[in-house]
Design a protein around this ligand. Structure first.
Ligand SMILES: *[C@@H]1O[C@H](CO)[C@@H](O)[C@H](O)[C@H]1NC(C)=O
Ligand SMILES: *[C@@H]1O[C@H](CO)[C@@H](O)[C@H](O)[C@H]1NC(C)=O
Ligand SMILES: *[C@@H]1O[C@H](CO)[C@@H](O)[C@H](O)[C@H]1NC(C)=O
Length: 507
């Protein structure tokens, strides 16, 4: 590359990281006329070391009456040299107003001879010639350092949002005219044609993607062959995970729809973040506001129990400062539809149809009989392809030509995509006339509790009914009859619910 021919010339290369570290191109020393480059927004150290050993020979410490005065020679404007920072004999510090909070020298400067001036953060207007005057007893030593500032500008300013056109530009305080500007992304030279185009030190990215995040370095070459470069760590505000995520959930189970920002933008002083979820269902807009403290970048939507009606597209919109970014998440609900509702009598033909509300076309289904005994379930997994009987079955529809006692229990329909298992839904097959000593795992703790509750309710009602029957007919009786009539179907309803629960647990 051309750089090789430039080696004889003095080149100052700067590596300014976003964190603000500076590696000056020149070794620190006592010589004057040094030049230091810093990127605006990072920190700079203008070196000035006066070794006590060299200057005071036998003495280990600087003489008592030492003071340092950092001055700046009028930058671009025709200003008089003015004081930046002063540390007097007594250790008393004075800082001049314009740079007051940003400049410092080490507290131990007067003892260890490190009078380097630290500027944090550097601004583009700080560029110029600086001079330190170290006075001790009657002598005065000086350090002269030139500060060059390189500015990387983002337009629009941070935070940079995914898909929003971005212009990165680079300029510096160097006076010569710019010949060439090159950009490197993660160390690789970016071609000037194609997606990225370089014009006068500027680089435009039409549709920033998450892959454009990372370290960008601009390298400016001037007519006097000086080469300056600065590195900027670009962060792109978007979402974690795939662009159009699909969440698979079994009907009746809970679903969590993800919405996680790629990074926490509070680093840019943006603390106001609100998230809004919306879902259009039958022309009616449902919405949820998710509030999160500023230390979290995740705004998931929790749906406690989903049904086929909840399936569809959800949008998560996060407002970060004045910008709003959004992502669509699809909820696909898995359901099992049996050809026979309720308990199935032995010997009948049963079809179990597994369906997905939002298929993408490449899914495949697999049915499996989950038995209570662990050995059996293992066998069912092992024989998933070449099945004995209908223990396992590939395809959305499971046909049991003649239902028998051994078909009783949990059936699981799993959905697979190219990326692996997407989700599963269960169906609890109950057979009329089945023995009560059915596998205990069919009934989860919840269901057992429900049964107990039902029995208890039945008992209560019976006792109540008996007690009331024993009484003389009172005007309250018609109401009682009504109550009794209503209670019975309610019991049935509860049983139905239990069945549903059995069908849809653990997905
Ligand atoms: C001198 O002080 C500056 C800060 O004022 C510091 O960054 C630098 O590392 C110090 N140098 C040495 C050699 O201690
Ligand atoms: C570089 O560009 C920035 C932004 O446009 C500007 O503020 C700054 O003064 C420029 N620096 C120089 C040295 O021209
Ligand atoms: C913010 O939320 C996180 C987790 O939800 C919690 O650990 C943290 O303490 C919260 N911070 C504040 C300031 O509330």
């Amino acid at each position: 590359m051309k750089t090789v021919s430039l080696v004889p010339f003095l080149t100052f290369t700067l590596l300014a990281f976003n964190a603000g570290h500076i590696l000056p191109g020149i070794a620190e020393g006592e010589s004057s006329g040094q030049k230091v480059w810093a990127r605006a927004g990072s920190s700079a150290v203008l070196p000035c070391h006066l070794s006590p050993k060299k200057m005071w020979k036998s003495r280990k410490h600087l003489p008592d009456k030492t003071s340092v005065l950092w001055k700046r020679h009028g930058g671009s404007a025709h200003q008089e040299p003015h004081v930046v920072l002063e540390v007097g004999y007594s250790g008393l510090r004075k800082t001049a107003l314009p740079m007051r909070p940003r400049v410092s020298v080490q507290d131990s400067a007067l003892r260890n001879g490190n009078f380097s001036l630290r500027i944090n953060p550097v601004r583009s207007e700080d560029a110029g010639l600086y001079e330190a005057q170290v006075a001790y007893n009657t002598e005065v030593r000086t350090c002269q350092v030139e500060l060059g500032v390189i500015t990387v500008t983002l337009s629009p300013p941070s935070p940079v949002v995914e898909n929003e056109p971005l212009l990165l530009s680079c300029n510096s305080s160097h006076r010569a005219s710019l010949v060439e500007a090159c950009w490197f992304h993660n160390g690789l030279l970016v071609p000037t044609s194609g997606t990225f185009c370089s014009l006068h030190g500027a680089l435009s990215i039409l549709r920033p993607a998450m892959s454009d995040a990372g370290s960008w370095r601009c390298q400016l070459r001037y007519s006097d062959n000086e080469i300056i470069s600065a590195t900027y760590n670009l962060q792109i505000l978007g979402f974690d995970g795939p662009t159009n995520p699909v969440v698979y959930a079994a009907a009746g189970s809970a679903a969590d729809l993800p919405c996680t920002l790629s990074y926490l933008p509070s680093a840019f002083g943006v603390n106001v973040m609100t998230a809004h979820w919306s879902h259009l269902v039958g022309g009616h807009l449902q919405d949820w506001s998710i509030s999160q403290n500023s230390s979290s970048r995740s705004f998931p939507l929790h749906l406690p129990a989903v049904g086929p009606g909840d399936a569809g597209q959800y949008r998560c919109a996060v407002s970060v400062g004045s910008k709003t970014i959004s992502r669509d998440v699809t909820l696909a609900v898995l359901t099992v539809t049996p050809s026979i509702q309720g308990p199935v009598s032995e010997g009948s033909r049963l079809l179990l149809i597994c369906s997905l509300t939002h298929p993408r076309g490449h899914e495949h289904f697999q049915w499996k009989h989950l038995n209570s005994a662990p050995t059996n379930s293992k066998m069912a997994v092992a024989t998933s392809r070449n099945l004995e009987g209908h223990r396992s079955h590939v395809g959305p529809t499971l046909e049991i030509p003649q239902v028998s006692q051994k078909d009783m229990g949990r059936w699981e329909c799993s959905v697979y995509g190219p990326e692996g298992r997407l989700g599963a839904v269960e169906y609890g097959l109950q057979i009329t006339g089945a023995q009560v000593s059915s596998p205990p795992t069919i009934f989860s703790g919840q269901v057992t509790f429900g049964l107990t509750l039902t029995l208890f309710l039945l008992l209560t009602i019976s006792v109540l009914a008996l007690a009331l029957q024993k009484r003389a007919w009172s005007p309250a009786f018609p109401a009682l009859e009504g109550m009794f009539a209503v209670t019975v179907p309610r019991k049935k309803e509860m049983e139905e619910n239990q069945k549903e629960k059995i069908q849809q647990t653990e997905c």
